[in-house]
Design a protein around this ligand. Structure first.
Ligand code: FPP
Length: 251
């Protein structure tokens, strides 16, 4: 069997079972991918951007409603300035090159994080693509940029406390999260063999299934996405109940 038909078979298997509505990915391993090839780290980020294109396309094709990608963390600002600059450049390039495809495929672009910290040229492109794709009915692609989960929680808590004081409930806090309006997070994937959450979607991970893939992000493509979804589909999600409760006693 060729590699293409193996991927097609995996895709068909994934399509036949309930899909996660919302998938988030910690795209890790760009630097190691480049170092293993004696290339500058930025070459890993460039190939990582290709993986973003492929995975977005595949997720849209199978019918994922929301895909959220950790593209730049609050902590990433501390990287050497040339690397930060290269990442910002790649982002601006991506926004420009994918604008047409997002429109053709009905993808709505969204962004979460401390967006005011982004350089003006990235911020402007982001605003313009978000505005252009606002009404697209297909998948929502959310880029987490200058994002930190604790920071998101702190600002949500401040807002909820200002509105509700001591009476605030979980729903009030949730309403102030940057992800408000997106479906519940069902599946979180992290690449490169690391097994950490690294300040990503801390609240939203409460009942998400976590899948850790050993592959480095620049090598992640359709097959790896479908394999992660297949792993999710093989899990039993209990949300604190017993196995018998969720399977209707069929245990
Ligand atoms: C982690 O790899 C990856 C990042 C910090 C940036 C992710 C950026 C991209 C995939 C490319 C641009 C994004 C878009 C949306 C076009 P790392 O550098 O921490 O890898 P390492 O752990 O091997 O050093």
């Amino acid at each position: 069997m060729t590699e293409r038909s193996l991927v097609a078979e995996l895709e068909a298997r994934v399509r036949a079972r309930p899909l996660p509505r919302h998938v988030a990915i910690i795209m890790d391993g760009n630097g190691r991918w480049a170092e293993a090839r004696d290339l500058p780290r930025v070459a890993g980020h460039r190939e990582g951007a290709e993986a973003v294109r492929a995975v977005t396309r595949a997720a849209r094709r199978v019918g994922i409603q929301a895909l959220t990608l950790y593209a730049f963390s609050t902590e990433n600002w501390a990287r050497p300035e040339p690397e930060v600059g290269a990442l910002m450049h790649l982002l601006a390039e991506f926004l420009e090159s994918e604008r047409g495809e997002m429109m053709r495929n009905g993808i709505r672009l969204n962004a979460i994080g401390d967006l005011d910290r982004l350089p003006p040229e990235v911020r402007e492109k982001l605003d313009s693509v978000r505005a252009e794709t606002r009404a697209n009915p297909g998948m929502t692609l959310t880029l987490a940029l200058s994002y930190g989960g604790r920071q998101e929680l702190v600002q949500a808590a401040r807002r909820a406390a200002a509105a509700k004081g001591d009476a605030l409930e979980a729903e009030d806090l949730e309403a102030g999260l940057w992800t408000a309006g997106l479906p519940e997070l069902d599946l979180l994937v992290r690449t490169s063999g690391e097994r950490r959450i690294s300040n990503f979607l801390l609240w939203q991970c409460a009942y998400a299934e976590l899948v850790f893939a050993d592959v480095l992000w620049p090598d992640f493509r359709d097959a790896e996405l479908f394999a992660a979804i297949a792993e999710y589909q093989a899990r039993e999600r209990r949300f604190g109940m017993t196995g018998a409760q969720v399977t209707g006693g069929r245990e």
